[in-house]
Design a protein. Structure first.
Length: 214
C-alpha cells in the first residue's frame, strides 16, 4: 500500500501531466497561427525594426516541454524498471511521454528515487506556470506591497520571504516548491477586507489570518 506522499506524488504528476498536454497544444497553435504571427511581427517591427518569423516565446516553451517530458520519462522509467525508452521528437511522442509519467511515478520506491521523482514533478509544475503566464491564463506574481523601510513578510509555514501576490485575483501564495500547509498543498490566501478595520487581510486556506512578521 503506497503511503500518503506516494499517492500525492502520483496525483500531482497526473494533474501536471494533463495540464502540460493542454498547454503544449495551446502553445503549438500559437506558434503556427498565422494571424498571431502577423500581429507579433507588426509589434516587433514597430519596436525594433526587425521581424520575427514566429512566436519565439511559445516556440521555446514547446521545445522545452519536449525535452522535459522525455527526460522525466527516461529518468523515471530507469528507476522503476531499469530499462530505457527513447522517443522521437514528434508532438505525439511528447504526449505519450507525458501520459506515461503518472504510472511511472506510482512505481517509484526508495527515498533517493522518490526525491528525484519529486524534483521531476517540480520542474514540470514550474513549466506549466510559465506556460500559463505566456498564454495569459494567469497574471504575474509580484512581491507583497510594503511601506518604505518595512521588512518583507515571511511565509507562516516555511518562514521564507517567498510570498507572492496576484493583484487581479486577490491571491497570495508561497512560491517555495518545498513548502506545504496542513492540507499538503502550497500555502494560499485570499485577500479580504477586515469587517471592522477595512484594512486588507490575508485569509489562508486553513482559516488562519495574517502573515508572520519578518
Amino acid at each position: 500500500m503506497p503511503d500518503h506522499r506516494d499517492v500525492t506524488l502520483t496525483t500531482r504528476m497526473r494533474d501536471s501531466s494533463l495540464t502540460a498536454q493542454r498547454l503544449g497544444a495551446c502553445l503549438d497553435d500559437l506558434v503556427t497561427d498565422p494571424v498571431q504571427r502577423r500581429e507579433d511581427t507588426m509589434r516587433h517591427s514597430t519596436r525594433t525594426g526587425s521581424s520575427p518569423s514566429w512566436n519565439a516565446q511559445a516556440a521555446y516553451l514547446v521545445l522545452e516541454l519536449r525535452q522535459l517530458a522525455r527526460g522525466a520519462e527516461l529518468g523515471l522509467r530507469l528507476r522503476v524498471s531499469g530499462s530505457t525508452q527513447t522517443r522521437g521528437g514528434s508532438d505525439r511522442n511528447t504526449t505519450l511521454a507525458l501520459q506515461a509519467l503518472p504510472d511511472l511515478a506510482a512505481g517509484i520506491t526508495g527515498d533517493a528515487d522518490e526525491d528525484w521523482a519529486w524534483q521531476a514533478w517540480h520542474t514540470l509544475d514550474r513549466w506549466c506556470t510559465r506556460a500559463q503566464l505566456a498564454l495569459g491564463e494567469i497574471e504575474p506574481q509580484i512581491r507583497l506591497p510594503r511601506l518604505p523601510g518595512q521588512e518583507e513578510a515571511r511565509c507562516p509555514w516555511c518562514r521564507c520571504r517567498t510570498l507572492r501576490y496576484q493583484r487581479q485575483a486577490g491571491l497570495v501564495r508561497c512560491v517555495n516548491p518545498g513548502c506545504e500547509d496542513e492540507t499538503g498543498q502550497r500555502p494560499l490566501a485570499q485577500v479580504e477586507l477586515g469587517r471592522l478595520s477595512g484594512e486588507p487581510l490575508l485569509v489562508w486556506r486553513d482559516g488562519g489570518v495574517g502573515v508572520t512578521a519578518a
